[in-house]
Design a protein around this ligand. Sequence first.
Ligand code: AN7
Length: 355
Amino acid sequence: MAAEIVSLIDKYREFLPVDLNTKIVSLGEGDTPLVKATSLPAALGFPKLNLYFKLEGLNPTGSFKDRGMTLAITKAVEDKATGVICASTGNTSASAAAFSAKAGLACFVLLPYGYVALGKVAQAIHYGAKLIQVKGNFDRALELVKEISADCGVTIVNSLNPFRLEGQKTAAFEVVEELGNAPDYLCIPVGNAGNISAYRRGFKLFHELGRTPSAPKMHGFEAAGSAPMVHGKIVENPETLATAIRIGNPVSWKEADLAAKESGGKIDCVTDEEILDAYKWLGAKEGVFCEPSSAASLAGLIKHLKEGIIPGDAEVVCVLTGNGLKDPETPQKINAVNLDPVEADLSALKKVMGF
Ligand code: AN7
């Protein structure tokens, strides 16, 4: 007999706003691997570093958004919503589309035209969402979503929806359970600043409940061309190749600021070059394929190690928020690879293999 499948909401029910009558909409989200880095610490010159990656790309739609979306869609169904809507740099829309399909809800997604990775667009289409590409950036699309939601009565499932971050805080519970304690530091990419806020809620709660003697210092990283929190002002035209975090006016700005300050951490930014270096190293040295935006966590860690802000013998968890397969084009763009076909004979093959 198959083992009983326990959804993320079921598992952490006591910490979430559901009751026994709530009908859960689940795709098997959560319970993602925490993998220990083996070669990177020494390769970076910090051999005593205890580094772990939380592989959120292994969620059912390939990103951490599924943790919040299971709860947002569950509650939308419970509240008899007629449909849901979101603006998205891609991952929220993929997740909203999938959970809506499972729940039988209409789903509208607004994407900034030309700035969403291929796999994410494919997901929205495949899960049957009404996909609208907007001639504007994410921040503009979100403004429109707020107006449409008020006018047309569809439920917003962006992180303005209070259930999203509540669901996402479960990732912090898993980290604590897996390590047996809270890490010293958590490094995480920052776009709308929701995820860093959600992790802080989770760690803070477990600390307050006495499950951990401490809570991690939260180190969040924006992309340098899209860093409103670092500069203390809205960025009108954010630019970065890390399109998932190309956001100039984060929804959870205040909570994220507090998360960093209260925990003794810091919000900083990393350049596209630093992001791509970290992205490549994850693939080549650790066998991990995350999307470029996710690598901002490792890029930020490296920056803070070099600056002495994070000590070289710390225990650190880097959150790798999304799956590399979402964005199949970047590896070919950034690596000098020859993809010309070779004659199908042994000597030609040996020649290109260097034998
Ligand atoms: C891979 O999908 O905002 O700071 O619309 O896709 O909680 O916004 C995605 C954000 C990090 C930033 N990593 O998280 C969206 C969207 C990946 C992401 C973030 C996103 P937040």
